[in-house]
Design a protein around this ligand. Structure first.
Ligand code: ATR
Length: 270
């Protein structure tokens, strides 16, 4: 049986096992997909042990995505751009390959599931941490007019932008925020109890602005509540992205494509 898993700390909350088991059932595969709690500082040791016991590959969640990047000898272009890995596979030659499907998953959710257009649109991203770094490359491929990065700490936004060398990605200060962005994506770790929206001017949201939070949750995040109150036309959390990034990972391991719509719906319902 294919041995898979998700490495994280914490990892108990992860919904990846149920998502991958749903995919496996869809294509009549039996998989063993475990949550693996990795003590800080022990990523390499646990990964070595996983492969020594016949594991095929695993996902990586907080806080190990850059350690996973360093662990891999080969990287996909998305992983290279993000400097982070969320999916690992030991390939037929025994090499450890690192992929990053987060940006692919986000863009698939936005453009296919939600049918939002990104081409020639003005995008604002809030936050400049690892989660944001993982999505910019894939967003750029959709050819937006520009991507503004607005972060509490400007220097971090500037450093992130410098790593992309694209004139379409700009770190901005509050007085450079535009009105009526087409799409605003929150990638801060402010979380469910955070204050992500408190310091944002309402004019950045117009009647056709769409808001997306990379976090998924059973109740609206503070950012989505704020966007809704400011008049955004659609407000969506990251559940679709979670399932779509998993589908890309599943394909890397199994070479099989899956249908995601029912999996997203079932997760939403429970
Ligand atoms: P992740 O891997 O989840 O992206 P991270 O790399 O620690 O985590 O990045 C967290 C991001 O959320 C950062 O951009 C952080 O802002 P700073 O760079 O100023 O630290 C942002 N963030 C965290 N809490 C926030 C809050 N309460 N309000 C606004 N931004 C916040």
């Amino acid at each position: 049986m294919m041995q898979l898993g998700v490495f994280g700390n914490p990892v108990e909350h992860s919904r990846s096992p149920e998502i991958h088991q749903a995919f496996a059932a869809q294509v009549n595969l039996e998989i063993d997909y475990q949550k693996i709690l990795v003590p800080l500082g022990e990523f390499n040791k646990i990964a070595d042990g996983f492969f020594a016991q016949g594991g095929l590959g695993f996902n990586i969640t907080v806080p190990f995505k850059s350690e996973a990047f360093d662990y891999c000898s080969h990287h996909s272009k998305e992983a290279e751009l993000a400097g982070a890995v969320n999916t690992v596979i030991k390939n037929d030659n025994g090499f450890i390959e690192g992929h990053n499907t987060d940006g692919l998953g986000l863009v698939k959710d936005i453009t296919k599931n939600l049918q939002w257009i990104l081409k020639n649109k003005r995008i604002l991203i809030l936050g400049a941490g690892g989660a944001v770094q993982g999505i910019i490359g894939s967003l750029l491929l959709e050819r937006p007019t520009h991507i503004h990065i607005y972060n509490r700490t400007l220097s971090k936004a500037k450093a992130l932008v410098d790593s992309f060398s694209s004139e379409k990605v700009l770190a901005i200060e509050e007085n450079q925020l535009e009105s009526d962005y087409d799409v605003i994506i929150s990638g801060t770790s402010a979380g469910l109890d955070g204050n992500a929206g408190d310091s944002l001017p309402a004019y950045i949201v117009g009647a056709s602005t769409r808001a997306y939070d990379l976090i998924y949750s059973t109740r609206p995040t503070p950012f989505l509540r704020w966007a809704q109150n400011s008049g955004a036309s659609e407000c969506v959390d990251g559940l679709g992205m979670l399932v779509e990034q998993a589908a890309f990972a599943f394909e890397i391991w199994t070479n099989k494509q899956v249908v995601t719509s029912d999996v997203i719906k079932n997760l939403r319902d429970c």
